[in-house]
Design a protein around this ligand. Structure first.
Ligand SMILES: Cc1cc2nc3c(=O)[nH]c(=O)nc-3n(C[C@H](O)[C@H](O)[C@H](O)COP(=O)(O)OP(=O)(O)OC[C@H]3O[C@@H](n4cnc5c(N)ncnc54)[C@H](O)[C@@H]3O)c2cc1C
Ligand code: SF4
Length: 276
């Protein structure tokens, strides 16, 4: 698997590492996390192979830098956080979330194309790449106020590479911001616009990503603004959130009200056990 990636995937990794495409579960990703986590591959060797490919001009700088950064900058970083902060870390719940995980995480039965794609391939292959985990299934859980322990259990249950030391800081810290910003200095919250920019999912979705408050509006949009409004007391002071709160404050009162009501409606559906 590693040799195949060195020959065929790595050169394009830098350009496409954050991209998502319908019915393309693997794209230019290495699929080596499980092998690394059980010791079949050695992290130093993997990094040296990538470095060698760069110095022999087989791959561009953004591929070498991007790939080595994932290993040293993320994998080893989250490992450090886990061993430094456990066991208390697992109890973090900054936003006081208590909503149960929606049933469609276990079935993929949702009309949201991005969620259907990311969940469907995860259930089929026990695999999703980083941006699908962070900005699709993770982002939805953050915006919908899912209990951190429930979404953590889901990631731990379904992925081939899942181990507590790497899953927990990624989910509880990076995705849910439940550790109060210890791992990442701002929540990775995003509206449907981000998913539209990084994928082709929105083209084949019943929801309209350009709408926020109509019946056929992309659910990520109202949930995003609802999240920002309901946690303003915790997030407005964060300098990295300044721009998004400026955008919110620029909206008219009726627009803000409509977004709030749209978010409430969607959350009520989740509480009633409905999929959308
Ligand atoms: C919510 C969430 C949960 C995750 N849970 C796990 C998990 O249980 N086990 C796991 O190994 N990875 C986890 N990751 C990280 C990442 O999604 C996977 O390592 C990656 O998708 C594996 O596919 P790949 O080997 O094709 O990765 P590539 O995209 O090809 O990246 C190369 C390698 O970089 C490392 N890497 C990249 N990003 C991360 C990261 N954020 N944290 C740690 N290592 C990283 C992995 O070892 C990966 O094999 C999680 C990420 C998120 C956002
Ligand atoms: S429109 Fe919204 S729900 Fe549909 S794929 Fe795009 S981001 Fe996902």
């Amino acid at each position: 698997m590693w040799d195949y990636f060195l020959d065929w995937g790595l050169a394009a990794f830098g350009d496409y590492q954050d991209a998502m495409a319908s019915d393309e579960p693997f794209l230019f990703h290495a699929r080596i996390s499980a092998a690394l986590n059980i010791g079949l591959l050695d992290l130093r060797q993997v990094c040296s192979d990538v470095e060698a490919a760069y110095w022999t001009q087989r791959i561009p700088l953004n591929a070498a830098e991007g790939f080595i950064r994932q290993l040293i900058g993320w994998r080893e970083y989250v490992r450090g956080v886990y061993w430094l902060k456990m066991p208390d870390y697992a109890g973090g719940n900054l936003f006081g979330n208590s909503r149960p995980l929606p049933e469609f995480y276990w079935t993929g039965d949702t009309k949201m194309n991005c969620m259907g794609q990311a969940i469907g391939q995860s259930l089929k292959h026990a695999y999703a790449h980083h941006i699908q985990r962070l900005m699709v299934t993770g982002n939805f859980a953050l915006l919908a106020g899912i209990a951190p322990s429930q979404i953590c259990d889901w990631y731990l249950a379904i992925y081939m590479d899942a181990f507590d030391w790497v899953e927990l800081p990624n989910t509880l810290g990076m995705v849910m911001h439940a550790d109060g910003g210890y791992l990442g200095s701002k929540p990775y919250c995003a509206s449907g616009q981000y998913i539209k920019r990084m994928s082709d999912y929105c083209r084949n979705c019943v929801y309209k990503v350009s709408e926020s408050t109509t019946d056929d509006a992309c659910p990520f949009n109202a949930l995003y603004w609802h999240f920002l409004m309901r946690h303003g007391d915790l997030l407005r002071g964060n300098q990295r959130m300044g721009m998004v709160y400026k955008n919110l404050d620029r909206m008219t009162e009726p627009k803000q009200q409509a977004l709030w009501e749209g978010g409430e409606k969607l959350l009520a559906k989740l509480d009633a056990g409905e999929s959308f």
